[in-house]
Ligand binder design. Sequence first.
Ligand code: GLY
Ligand code: MN
Ligand code: MN
Length: 454
Amino acid sequence: MDKPESEREQGGAFEQAAQRQSAALWRERQARLLELSAQDTLALVSAAPVQRRSADTHFPYRQDSAFFYLSGLREPECILALRRTGSGTESVLFVPPKDAFKERWEGPMLGVEGALETARFDAVLPTEKLNPFLANWLLKAPEVFLDLGRRDSANDNLWQLALHGSTGRGGGGLRRISSLGYHLGVARRVKSASEIEALSRSADIAASAQSAAMRLGRPGIWENELEASLLATYRTRGAEGPAYEPIVGGGVRATFLHYRANNQRIEAGELVLIDAGCELDGYASDITRTFPVSGRFTQPQRDLYTCVLQSQRAAFAACKPGATLEVVHQAAVKVLAQGLIDLGVVKGSLGEVIESGLYRPYYMHQTSHWIGLDVHDPCPYRDEAGEAVKLEPGMVLTIEPGLYFGVDATSPPAFSGIGIRIEDDVLVTAQGCYNLTSAVPSEINAIEAVCSES
Ligand code: GLY
Ligand code: MN
Ligand code: MN
C-alpha cells in the first residue's frame, strides 16, 4: 500500500533534514583538516583507483579512506580539492560526468548533478576541468597537503599537478608539500558519534560471525569452511565484506601471526585461532578468538589461555583517559611475563624477564592499534613533539595480547605448536573503556559452551 500523501511529504522532509545534517558533517571534516594551516593552503585527495584483477575483471572497489572521510562518496575517479580561505574552507569536487554507455554496463553514476545534491561541496565540476582549475589555485598556494603514502596513478597525477602547476606560468608560490595522512590522522583519532555507531554495528556483525564460526568447530573441519562461514555472515548481515583477509589458523598455524592460506584441516585436540572483522559503512572491526575444535581445552591450552585472558583483563583496566598505548601494552606484558615464569617457560624475576625481553619469543607484537575506517587506522601514535598520545574519550583501539609457541627448541614440549590471541575493540570512555566486541565469548567456560552447541 502507498504511504498517505502527508507521510510521504514528511518522509521527504526528514530525508532533507538528514541530508543537511550529513552535509554539515562532511563540511566540518573538510574545514578541520585545514584549520591550522595558512591561508590558500590546498588539500588534494583522489578517490581510490579501480584495480584490475586479471584480464578484464577487477578487485571489489574500495574507496580510499581519506577521500571517503572527507566526502562520504564511494564513486571512483573523483578528486576533491580543498582550500583554506580568509573566511573558511572552499571545496570543489571533480567528478566524471555521466556516461549513458558506461551506465548501461555498470549501473548508475553519480555525475555532477548527483554530487551537487549531496550539498557537501561548494562546487562540483566535471573532471576535465581539473587541470585549468587547479592551475589557478596552485599559483597562490604556499603549501599542498597530499597523500605521501599512496603510489597509484590517480595520486601520482595530483603530485604532478601540484609540482608543475606551482612552478609554471609565473607561479612559484609553493613552498611545501605536507603529509595529508598526518593531519587527517590527527582529526580521525577521536571518533564522532556517528563513527562510533558505525564501529559498534561493525563490531556486532563481526562478533556474531565469530560466534557462528565457533559453533561450527569440530574435529576435521577445514579452515576454509570456517572462513566461508565468516564471510557469509558479513554479507548476509549487510556488511561490505571483510575489513582484511581473515586469519583462520588451526594447530601450529595459529602461531603464524599473519597466516592467510586458510586451507588446512584442523585435527581433534587442536586449537583454531580466528582473527577476522568486517567493514560496515566503511568502518572496520577486528576480533580474535581462539577455541578448541573438539569443544574442550586441554590442560596446557587452558593454562596458556588463562594467562592471555588475564593479560587482556589487565590491559582493559589500564585503558582509560590519560593513559597511553604503551601503558596498556605494559599492563598486558606484565601479566604474560608473570604467567611465563609461573608456567616454568622462562626463569628470572618479573623485572628481569620484562627488562631483558625474555618473554618476546612468545609475545612479539604490540597490544593495541587504532581502528576506524582502516583496521589499522593511520592516526599518529605520537604528537609533533614525539610524546606518546594520551587516550581520550572517543578513541577506539584494539586490545589483543597473545602467546605463541612455535615448533622449535624455544618451546617446552607441552606448549609446542600452540598459538593463542584474544582481541577486542574498545572505545575509550570518560571512566575507562567499553568493549564493543564483548558479544562473542572469551571466558573458557563460555567458549566451551558455545563450542558444544555445534
Ligand atoms: N587483524 C590484524 C590485527 O589484529 O592487527
Ligand atoms: Mn588487530
Ligand atoms: Mn586482528
